[in-house]
Design a protein around this ligand. Structure first.
Ligand SMILES: *Cc1c(COP(=O)(O)O)cnc(C)c1O
Length: 507
């Protein structure tokens, strides 16, 4: 360990010039990696010997940085998820952006703890939250917090709802409760809603999953009927979680109707906008999110459609006082621990601290990468990219409509296309459902393993769908055609194998 001419240890490099050379080389590696992404396969499996090489014993003795870095370039870098690649269409992944390399490195240099206190990073986060309020039309005094992602943002939003519903639960749990609080979301809502209720002690079963209509949005009439029925049964409805872009098909619940329903019924209106909320930035999609500005709490991700590096989500809460009351440890009822005491001046000043608005105390400087991203690209271009991805989804849907062997399984409401390889001779029960599902599952794995493209799968009305989610600024229309071609040829190849091995007499 370097001793810098002293008998005391320190972790800084002894030779800063040598460190500079390694750091510059790492920066060049990162830039080349991004610049050449299109030339590489989307994904490749991690070979066994590479996995073994990562299983090292605890590194008791130091290793020179350049050696650690060399191991990284050989054993880790080549095996990325693939989501920066223009033909990554799996799940809902953002593609990141080049300047993330810069903002993340600079945030690492500052190493700010953004839990609270008075320093520059805190004001950057406040500026970002203020932009969010403006983007979504929230009131000027609404509160917000950057978090790891929408799972955490949903937890916080529903946590505030729970506190609004009954402020004694924070201290006493449900011990003294005789009636059961219940929440509502569509059957297509993300699992993180149920999980939030689970973690908040209300139980995942307290979520009523309301059936969806043909377009996969919540059936508002069934919602109203369920709320009325629950009230009659003596339960206590407290929250509706609307979806602004469901994970399976991108469906957007009728947010304005839900807001009115919640206002009339005295329910908290939470919106899970992980994927779709930022579609307010595009002229072509904004109207469909009408009503989002009426949410009591709104969860969304920067690491998806806004292309900010992982990880970063956000929660906005209309009523800052409730938000703080739901989570702060710096209030009399929570004992106000001395190590969290604030001051009027000095480093312990700064007014409200971020740690009072969520469960985390120490927090990194997530705000910097958002601040860089939004300033560098501007919300108008992010909106244009969102519209571009939606147009690409339309393009893929048209291509599928023109290919007899492919079948669209859900309407394209935003940027997600669910389809399958199902030549007419195999549809409508001519091939057992389970076999058709398996065929499509294999096609997805074939296409991923070939490194050509990375779609994922979804269940649509019980059938396995090949699912292409397009939240990628690097994707072009051609890339969607390459995906369709790859699915067709993998499907035909598999069918060829099937008929070859099929017993004589079967068609
Ligand atoms: C991705 C997603 C989530 C979860 O967000 P994370 O950022 O992965 O925690 C929740 N809801 C929807 C609709 C999503 O697409």
């Amino acid at each position: 360990m370097p001793n810098h001419g002293s008998d005391e240890l320190c972790l800084d490099p002894e030779d800063w010039e040598e460190f500079r050379a390694t750091a510059h080389s790492a920066l060049d590696t990162a830039i080349e990696f991004l610049k050449t992404v299109r030339e590489r396969p989307v994904w490749r499996p991690v070979p066994q010997e590479v996995r073994f090489s990562l299983e090292r014993p605890v590194p008791v003795e130091p290793t020179p940085l350049r050696e650690v870095y060399k191991d990284f370039t050989e054993s880790i870098l080549p095996y990325a998820t693939g989501n920066i690649h223009p033909r990554f269409f799996g799940w809902v992944h953002g593609a990141g952006m080049a300047s993330g390399i810069v903002s993340e490195a600079l945030a690492a240099a500052m190493n700010s703890n953004c839990g609270g206190r008075d320093h520059g990073a805190v004001y950057v986060e406040r500026a970002v939250i203020s932009w969010c309020r403006q983007i979504f039309g929230f009131p000027e005094d609404a509160s917000g917090l950057l978090v790891s992602g929408t799972s955490m943002a949903n937890l916080i939003g529903i946590g505030v709802a729970r506190h609004w519903f009954d402020e004694t639960i924070r201290r006493n749990g449900l011990a003294s409760h005789t009636s059961v609080p219940v929440a509502y979301a569509s059957a297509e809502a993300h699992e993180s809603i149920a999980r939030a209720l689970e973690i908040l002690g209300l139980g995942a079963a307290s979520l009523r999953k309301i059936p969806v209509k043909r377009d996969f949005t919540i059936d508002s009439q069934l919602l109203a009927a369920q709320v009325a029925q629950d009230r009659q049964a003596g339960l206590q409805p407290f929250c509706v979680a609307g979806s602004a872009g469901t994970v399976n098909t991108g469906a957007i619940d009728p947010l304005d109707d839900l807001a009115s329903f919640c206002a009339a019924e005295g329910l908290w209106f939470h919106v899970d906008g992980a994927l779709g909320a930022l579609a307010v930035l595009s002229e072509t999609t904004r109207d469909r999110l009408h009503g989002i500005e009426r949410a009591d709490s709104l969860a969304f991700d920067f690491h998806k459609w806004a292309q900010v590096a992982y990880d970063c989500g956000c929660i906005l809460v209309r009523r800052a006082d409730l938000h703080r009351a739901a989570f702060s440890m710096r209030q009399p009822s929570c004992g106000q621990p001395a190590y969290l005491a604030g001051m009027d001046r000095g480093l312990a000043g700064g007014g409200d601290w971020a740690c009072e608005y969520g469960p985390e105390l120490s927090r990194g400087f997530r705000a910097l990468k958002v601040w860089f991203a939004l300033r560098e690209h501007g919300t108008r271009n992010i909106g244009r990219l969102i519209a571009q991805n939606c147009a690409q989804a339309e393009h893929l849907a048209e291509r599928i409509a023109g290919e007899p062997e492919l079948q669209l399984l859900a309407p394209v409401s935003l940027n997600i296309v669910c389809f399958r390889f199902a030549p007419p001779g195999l549809r409508d029960g001519k091939m057992p459902d389970a076999s058709l599902d398996r065929l499509n599952q294999e096609i997805v794995a074939d296409v991923q393993e070939a490194g050509v493209a990375a779609p994922s799968t979804a269940r649509i009305d019980g059938s396995l769908a090949i699912r292409a989610n397009i939240t990628n600024h690097r994707s072009r229309r051609d890339d969607l055609d390459i995906l369709a071609d790859a699915v067709l040829s993998a499907g035909r190849r598999r069918l060829g194998c099937l008929s070859f091995s099929a017993p004589a007499g079967s068609a």
